[in-house]
Write a protein that binds this ligand. Structure first.
Ligand code: FAD
Length: 319
């Protein structure tokens, strides 16, 4: 393992200045980053700790009912946060992350910024994400990989919270010394399959400082499901978040199927929102949602799983 300096900034400005320097990387709980350093996939000269910066460590309910979640808040705290009682889909997704130890260490920012858990990538095979070309999983072992491939890499993104956040229309607040910007959670992962350096669009000096939930997603019908091979300490084969917003519109998001969290086609969401669906139409909608799936030889089972998860979500949030 190569050595690196550890910087504990006293303020966000201090952290952003440190992150602007070449070789610096942000660290949340370190549960992914330190493994990457140990495995030789990355070699920061300095890591910049984010979790003790006050504005990154708190959850704030805004006057309009929206919520701002600091990126340094631990996953375990999110799973039980009273401030998130009106967003049960996010609490359930956080409860489903890994194991109690990972939830206790992992932060929201680190969870969204974590790298793919593809075994070829993690074990240093010279694939596209490791400085090589192509995706070793296509002709290799890909039982856990994406069924909605959108580029070179076929890994499926591991974040559970990202799936719930997509269904909640969450926005991500990103900062660097150059300024700040807000991104839709979907935009955060745009081009993930064709980006070798990261699964997010963040520039090297940018960090997620907070995630914002709008009031429009409060208290509506919300549904979460994570299908795994074993009951604990496992990544999603397929996960599904369904949310009915206060205006009656519906979002269906899936995990385990694409390079980032994936949202069902708008026409499917609109038909679910219109309500009055019988079993036959729900079945047809779920099949339509998966129409563009292009599974590999060994993971077509995920298409059926995704359809089943969408059917259950549609029933749970239907009127
Ligand atoms: C065995 C195992 C099983 C897991 N299972 C699941 C699971 O089922 N579901 C799930 O959702 N997750 C799972 N995880 C992920 C885990 O729960 C953590 O959320 C994740 O490892 C990262 O959290 P962290 O705060 O420790 O991030 P770190 O390791 O500190 O950082 C991860 C990456 O994000 C970057 N980063 C950190 N903070 C920020 C920020 N604020 N802005 C931008 N980038 C940032 C770092 O530079 C690094 O590249 C699993 C992890 C392991 C090791």
């Amino acid at each position: 393992m190569t050595g690196f300096a550890y910087h504990r900034p006293s303020s966000l400005d201090d952290a952003l200045a440190a992150l602007a320097e070449r070789g610096s990387l942000p660290i949340g709980g370190g549960s992914d980053l330190l493994a990457a350093v140990e495995e030789g996939r990355t070699a920061p000269t300095r890591v910049v700790e984010l979790e003790h910066i006050p504005e990154l460590a708190t959850i704030t309910v805004q006057s309009d009912g929206g919520v701002r979640i600091g990126a340094g808040v631990r996953i375990a705290s999110l799973a039980e946060a009273p401030e998130l009682a009106a967003f049960p889909v996010l609490r359930a997704a956080c409860s489903a992350v890994g194991s109690p130890a990972l939830r206790a260490m992992g932060t929201l920012g680190g969870n969204l910024g974590q790298r793919q858990r593809c075994w070829y990538f993690r074990s240093g095979v010279g694939c596209f994400k490791n400085g090589g070309t192509g995706c070793a999983a296509v002709d290799g072992e890909h039982v856990y990989h994406a069924i909605l491939a959108s580029g070179t890499c076929h890994a499926a993104h591991p974040s559970d919270p990202a799936v719930a956040l997509l269904a909640l229309d969450a926005r991500v607040e990103v900062r660097s010394i150059r300024g700040s910007r807000m991104l839709d959670i979907a935009a955060l992962y745009e081009g993930a399959a064709d980006n070798a350096r990261s699964e997010t669009v963040l520039a090297k000096d940018e960090v997620i400082v907070a995630v914002h939930l709008g009031a429009a997603a409060r208290d509506g019908a919300q549904h979460w499901e994570k299908l795994t091979q074993r009951r604990a300490f496992d990544l999603a084969l397929v996960s599904c978040a369904g949310v009915r917003h206060t205006d009656g519109s519906v979002r269906i998001a899936l995990g385990g199927v694409a390079a980032g969290p994936w949202r069902a086609p708008h026409s499917v969401e609109e038909d679910i929102a219109s309500g009055g669906l019988d079993d036959e139409s729900i079945e047809a909608l779920a099949a339509r949602a998966m129409y563009d799936a292009t599974p590999l030889a060994g993971n077509a089972y995920k298409v059926q799983m995704a359809e089943a998860a969408i059917r259950r979500a549609a029933r749970a949030i239907s009127i």
